[in-house]
Write a protein that binds this ligand. Structure first.
Ligand code: SIN
Ligand code: FE2
Length: 213
């Protein structure tokens, strides 16, 4: 029997779509430190359930760090330098976040990525993110870098049309997905989180998405 010494040795890459790749367990070695930073950020700009322009309260709780943060208001979605809840600037992006995002983007083929925003999502059991495109950024040449921490979740990844066929992939603690180029505007979402108890995050899943607005 031939032993493949490299299969399943973290981290490893899995192609997802043109321009999109999963860097499995890529963030595992720094997960604890990332979560400590998330705690510090949330102590300043707390997680909150934003309300969409349509009046729907999102099941995912969110906060941000970086020069700009994603937020909703009655008119739509926007990137704001100020946290609308605290009226203060969003917490700065920790160096560890920036380093990780740059490195992952580079490994995925995007060496020029320089994020100015990081949206932090917190999923409790049942929380989901309906199929959507990330299209509030002006710089569509920049990829999205997405880091998963804690409980596993099913990530749906489709195409340019809402009704294109969906791939469903389980994202686990430390997994990083990078999508850009041809797939930058592909529809994606997260299926309702299943209950669980993760050693690093308890009953939650966290996701960091880095964007260049
Ligand atoms: C997002 O689409 O912005 C987040 C996806 C995720 O939570 O993995
Ligand atoms: Fe998204």
């Amino acid at each position: 029997m031939m032993l493949d010494l490299f299969a399943d040795t973290p981290p490893w890459q899995e192609p997802l779509a043109p321009g999109a790749v999963i860097l499995r367990r890529r963030a595992l070695s720094v997960a604890e430190a990332l979560l400590a930073d998330v705690g510090n950020i949330a102590a300043v700009s707390p997680f909150r359930h934003m309300v969409t322009p349509g009046g729907y309260t999102m099941s995912v709780a969110m906060t941000n760090c970086g020069n700009l943060g994603w937020a909703t208001n009655q008119k739509g979605y926007l990137y704001s330098p100020v946290d609308p809840q605290t009226a203060n600037p969003w917490p700065a992006m920790p160096e560890l976040f920036l380093d990780l995002a740059l490195q992952c983007a580079k490994e995925a083929g995007y060496p020029d990525f320089l994020p100015d925003a990081c949206l932090i999502n917190r999923y409790a059991p049942g929380a989901k993110l309906s199929l959507h495109q990330d299209k509030d950024e002006k710089t569509l040449s920049a990829p999205i870098v997405s880091v998963s921490l804690g409980l596993p979740a099913v990530f749906q990844f489709g195409g340019l049309q809402r009704n294109d066929p969906l791939q469903r992939v389980l994202l686990e603690h430390g997994d990083v997905v990078v999508w850009g180029g041809e797939s930058r505007l592909f529809y994606h979402g997260i299926q309702p989180l299943k209950e669980g108890d993760h050693p690093a995050t308890g009953a939650f899943r966290y996701n960091l998405t880095f964007r260049h607005t």
